[in-house]
Design a protein around this ligand. Structure first.
Ligand SMILES: [Zn+2]
Length: 509
């Protein structure tokens, strides 16, 4: 029996704890002492010291506490498009999902979508989200609305704007040659250049130099190396080093992106990673979302430089991108985080779905032996995402000195009966149904399955109020893409028919 630390403000007792070096199959039962926003002690059992006033208590017998998940790749700009699409190739999907295709959005819609996305993240036990947000055309009022929404709901956010300085049309193989010129203005990608506006300079002046705020962390979001000139990448990396903040960029999500590198980077052997290495852009600050079409030598360069990846298996499958080389990444010791990406391609902001797919794709994608996939999935969803965000010393683990960012699951849920292996049952059976309480920065955000910080029903009503406009705009976009279909298909076929030296798509007949 240990004495409860004197400054304890919340005493969680009798709970199974996923400790950093503990047994993740049969986690031990312990008490947790929290003081304000920090974990200050974990012990088999605490008792009050002499004369010590009892703090707030939670009897959590029959429950499991996990470090809050880190959704390490996400874009809040298209939350309202969840469930709108079936299978669609990534290059074509961009025309449905990305802000450059839409008329300007209302502040009411921006607020509603931000809160709705955060609600879904929190309900699956995510306490941190990396929002790589495209605001196009940029409007400071939209940025302020997004940040206020995150503050209101109480989730931790690693926030970056998504940017690039090359036009999408110039970065997708065959589009320029296949499409008649009169359609070129309709073809855009993830981040179109802003005319006469230096977004990066604005972001530094108004965000990076601003006073720190609780639960708000900054990051940089160059959309993809092929959408950024070497000058823009150099400015990005200089800022990341100056402010010690992470960089998130898409890389090799689809075969088309690998082919683009082969076509335009012959001086670097057709490799974006070799280009970035030559430009001194690699290092622990760098996180590459997707990494599906990384070649073996590129994986070695990531391992050598400390650059990491964020895998998004849900969207990769639905957008016909392929199977990421998960086992090769694990065996090489490359940092891996997990994300749920856009709602229009992944549909669910659910880390349980992402962990299950990660584990199964690792199993089938490479028949060699590797680390146990379920344990690696849990690590990626917690420690991996935290380290990539440069927050590995504060979140992603349950230990004294770490932030009180956690979720508490009810082990009487059928997912955990009988309790054979917590790790495997979390990854392969649980879907988020057992999540009962969620805490961020020492504050209850969900208590007994109900939101404490916001009125969930009122936000759903806000969403319904903006949907007529969104649905009309989405219908217009769908009609426009239908007109472009013959050329989209032609370009896609050309990509499919071209060898890029590696294969990440199954070939079944
Ligand atoms: Zn993305």
């Amino acid at each position: 029996m240990s004495l409860l630390p004197e400054n304890t403000t919340l005493w969680i007792s009798g709970v199974r704890v996923l400790l950093p070096d503990g047994d993740w199959h049969q986690p031990e039962i312990a008490d947790i002492a929290i003081a304000d926003d920090m974990i200050v002690g974990i012990a088999p059992r605490y008792e009050l010291g002499p004369g010590q006033a009892p703090p707030e208590t939670l009897d959590a017998r029959g429950h499991l506490v996990l470090p809050g998940f880190v959704n390490a790749h996400y874009h809040s700009h298209d939350v309202l498009a969840k469930g709108t699409l079936e299978e669609v190739p990534l290059e074509q999907w961009r025309l449905f999902a990305l802000p450059a295709q839409y008329p300007p959005r209302s502040l009411a819609e921006v607020r509603a979508r931000t809160l709705l996305g955060a609600i879904e993240c929190l309900r699956s036990g995510m306490t941190t989200v990396q929002d790589m947000l495209t605001l196009y055309p940029f409007d400071p009022a939209h940025l302020a609305t997004v940040l206020q929404a995150y503050k209101d709901i109480g989730i931790r956010v690693v926030f970056s704007l998504q940017y690039g300085d090359r036009k999408g049309l110039d970065t997708v193989p065959f589009w320029k040659e296949v499409f008649p010129p009169e359609f070129h203005h309709l073809l855009s990608s993830a981040a179109e250049p802003e005319k006469n506006f230096d977004l990066l300079a604005y972001f530094e002046a108004t965000c990076l130099k601003a006073a720190p705020q609780p639960r708000l962390h900054w990051a940089l979001g160059p959309s993809a190396p092929e959408r950024c000139t070497p000058e823009l990448m150099a400015r990005t990396v200089a800022l990341a080093r100056r402010y010690d903040i992470p960089v998130y960029s898409h890389i090799y999500e689809s075969k088309g992106m690998a082919l683009q590198a082969r076509l335009e980077l012959q001086q670097y052997g057709g490799s974006l990673i070799r280009r970035l290495e030559a430009e001194d852009c690699l290092g622990p600050h760098m996180n590459f979302a997707h990494s599906v079409w990384l070649a073996p030598d590129e994986i070695e360069i990531l391992a050598k430089t400390g650059a990491g990846t964020v895998l998004n298996p849900q969207g990769n499958l639905k957008m016909q991108c392929g199977l990421p080389p998960i086992k090769s990444l694990m065996n090489a010791g490359v940092r891996i985080g997990l994300g749920c990406d856009n709602c229009s391609c992944s549909d669910a902001q659910n880390m349980y779905a992402a962990m299950k797919l990660f584990s199964l794709l690792a199993t089938v994608g490479d028949l060699r032996k590797g680390p146990p996939p379920a344990l690696e999935a849990l690590k990626a969803a917690t420690e991996g995402g935290a380290q990539g965000a440069r927050l590995g010393h504060l979140i992603g683990k349950l230990a004294p000195g770490y932030k009180a960012d956690l979720s508490i699951l009810d082990l009487s849920d059928p997912s955990f009966v009988p309790l054979n292996s917590v790790a495997r049952q979390l990854v392969h059976i649980e879907g988020g149904r057992a999540v009962r309480h969620v805490m961020v920065d020492g504050n209850w955000v969900i208590k007994d399955r109900r939101f404490v910080t916001i009125d969930e029903a009122a936000i759903f009503a806000e969403v319904e109020a903006v949907m007529p406009t969104f649905r009309k705009d989405f219908a217009d976009i769908t009609a426009r893409v239908a007109r472009l279909q013959p050329w989209l298909d032609e370009a896609q076929q050309k990509i499919a028919d071209t060898d890029v030296g590696i294969e990440r798509l199954p070939r079944l007949s």
